[in-house]
Write a protein that binds this ligand. Structure first.
Ligand SMILES: O=C(CO)[C@@H](O)[C@H](O)[C@H](O)[C@H](O)COP(=O)(O)O
Ligand SMILES: [Zn+2]
Length: 192
């Protein structure tokens, strides 16, 4: 059993090592942090969405911005879109689950806001609909996906496609990269 556990840990490390050696992906992470910084500086907001574990990741990362990360500093405007269960159950029930994120974006999304769309497959219907609406609104779209990017591949302004096809390993890297982006943005806005 310990061998199995050690193998899983090595697999998680291998994905992170591959990110650290991928100059293009590192550049995309850097550019994403710059875009989020500029959006917040201009008074816009950062909205996150995902399903299952990626909803948890969306909520986790939004809270780093809106609550605090390393620094005791002003709060930043960031939200995860799934947190109102009355909204999610009503819109899922009345309009269909594919509409749950696009509908709220139609209400609150504004040009210049950033949507961080998290999907390991890149193929979840509600995430694809959210991206479509965000683009119609003039929002900036950051996609966090697995290696192929799925259908999200050509729809995002910034694609952070983790070099793995294994859902949990992709999610672990999304959180690592998300934390790094939070740290860069916090340093940009409040000093290193
Ligand atoms: O956390 C996990 C697996 O680690 C699951 O809850 C997973 O997030 C769900 O199956 C999602 O529905 C997968 O959707 P996606 O990442 O392909 O968009
Ligand atoms: Zn999971």
């Amino acid at each position: 059993m310990n061998q199995f556990i050690a193998k899983k840990i090595q697999e998680s490390i291998a994905v992170k090592n591959a990110i650290a050696q991928d100059e293009q992906l590192l550049n995309n992470i850097q550019h994403t942090a710059a875009a989020i910084t500029s959006s917040l500086q201009a008074g816009h907001k950062i909205l996150f969405c995902g399903n299952g574990g990626s909803a948890a990741d969306a909520q986790h990362l939004a809270a780093e911005f809106s609550g605090r990360f390393y620094k005791d500093r002003l709060p930043l405007y960031a939200e995860a879109l799934h947190c109102n269960t009355s909204y999610m159950t009503a819109v899922g029930n009345d309009y269909g689950y594919d509409q749950v994120y696009s509908r709220i974006l139609r209400g609150i999304g504004q040009a210049g806001d950033v949507l961080v769309a998290i999907s390991t497959s890149g193929n979840s219907g509600n995430i694809l609909e959210a991206i479509k609406t965000a683009k119609e609104k003039g929002m900036i779209v950051v996609g966090m996906t697995g290696h192929s990017g799925g259908k999200m591949k050509d729809l995002c302004d910034y694609l952070l496609n983790m070099p793995s096809d294994d859902t949990p390993r992709i999610q672990e890297s999304h959180i690592t990269v998300g934390h790094i982006i939070c740290e860069i943005v916090e340093n940009n806005l409040f000093g290193a």
